[in-house]
Write a protein that binds this ligand. Structure first.
Ligand code: NAD
Length: 360
């Protein structure tokens, strides 16, 4: 049976980078006989222009029916002044919530060719390949009660709640272990179990889940130490699993180790590894329409899709190899350019990856 992939280019540079990612996906589909069928729809500002809302019901229905969704980016100044509830970003939050995408995967991979682009010393980051697994639909961002109350002395007090159920912890821990199993077989669970009750349960449940994964080496680390270790010796990590709040902060920290946001893909998965794949960056309105955006984050999101939703490791490896070969050739978009390299545009970069993949 064919596998359905819904393509949602979005706004700004979204359509430009998506065009290149689709070229790579179509070539992989032919070359490795993957049996994918692609369909296209609109989300974000493009959906507001067409339907008056950032995610139309029929688009959501198509996303539910698809085996995976590939998304560009949403948003832009054109829609910044409209009512908050129907802004482009709302479409993104809605599709993530409606598809139950609780597992957010953000790799921080530094291609050795780009080691000079990092803010850390090349020897500390060269060859870096970390995957951060962040719980995306629970914890303090969603916990109730929350609000502001008045104390007896008349002073206001704000409060949030950090709840995690065993089910929520177990399912994200499983994602972490599953990912570690197909990578370096090392999982570091990050918490604050010396202080927080939610973290104590987190650690207990992660230990229970570990019994099903004897082939994966589990370690625990407090979040303050993890923040320090990520900039001190980031290559000690393979997969990190953590809650929504800690994951939000640590994944941004880790992404900056790699130099450019234009290189970073991401995935958000449900309980059956159905997922939505998108670059970590936004719609970059400042460079939209100029043909200079880096399409590699979106192309690498295609590779993540093949790897994590479809278990097509060889095809995923081939796309990553093709990207690496293009970097070896010295081709760079503006965001990753350095002296001695050849500056190319979005389409040239996409064509180069296609050519490299074809020749593998
Ligand atoms: P951004 O990620 O769009 O851009 C930040 C900077 O990085 C800009 O200078 C941009 O030119 C550059 N950049 C981003 N992607 C690039 C690429 N592929 N190649 C080269 N350079 C790239 O973030 P922003 O400027 O804060 O937000 C712009 C719009 O995107 C806003 O409307 C925001 O709400 C939206 N946004 C969407 C998403 C998403 O769709 N997932 C994420 C973040 C921001």
């Amino acid at each position: 049976m064919s596998k359905q992939i819904l393509i949602l280019p979005g706004d700004g540079i979204g359509p430009e980078i998506m065009a290149e990612a689709v070229k790579v996906l179509e070539l992989a589909n032919d070359k490795y006989s993957l049996g994918f069928e692609l369909s296209h729809d609109v989300i974000g500002g493009a959906a507001i222009d067409k339907h008056g809302v950032p995610l139309a019901d029929e688009t959501l229905a198509r996303a539910r029916a698809a085996d995976a969704v590939l998304l560009g980016a949403v948003g832009g100044p054109k829609w910044d002044t409209i009512e908050r509830d129907i802004r482009p970003e709302r479409g993104l939050l809605k599709i993530r919530a409606q598809l139950g995408l609780f597992g957010n995967l953000r790799p921080a991979i530094l291609y050795p060719q780009l080691a000079e682009a990092s803010s850390l010393k090349a020897e500390i980051v060269a060859g870096l390949d970390i995957l951060i697994v962040r719980e995306l639909t629970g914890g303090i961002y969603f916990g109730a009660p929350r609000g502001v109350r008045e104390l007896e002395n008349g002073e206001r007090q704000a409060y949030d709640t950090l709840p995690y159920s065993e089910t929520e912890i177990r399912r994200i821990a499983r994602v972490g272990f599953d990912m570690a199993r197909v990578r370096g077989k090392k999982l570091c669970s990050v918490d604050k179990a010396n202080v927080l009750a939610s973290s104590q349960l987190w650690r207990e449940v992660v230990e229970q889940v570990a019994k099903d994964y004897p082939d994966v080496e589990l370690s625990h680390m407090y979040v303050d130490n993890a923040a320090m270790q990520l900039v001190r010796a980031p290559k000690q990590f393979d997969v990190i699993v953590t809650d929504n709040l800690f994951g939000d902060i640590l994944s941004d920290e880790a992404s900056m180790l790699t130099g450019s946001i234009g290189m970073l893909p991401s995935a958000s998965l449900d309980a059956n590894n159905k997922g939505m794949y998108e670059p970590c960056h936004g719609s970059a309105p400042d460079i939209a329409g100029k043909g200079i955006a880096n399409p590699l984050a979106t192309i690498l999101s295609v590779s993540m899709m093949l790897r994590y939703s479809f278990n097509l490791q060889d095809a995923a490896d081939a796309i990553e190899k093709a990207v690496s070969l293009v970097l070896d050739q010295g081709l760079r978009t503006g965001d990753i350019w350095s002296a001695g390299c050849t500056k190319v545009g979005t389409q040239e970069m996409g064509d180069a990856v296609v050519a490299a993949l074809r020749n593998l």
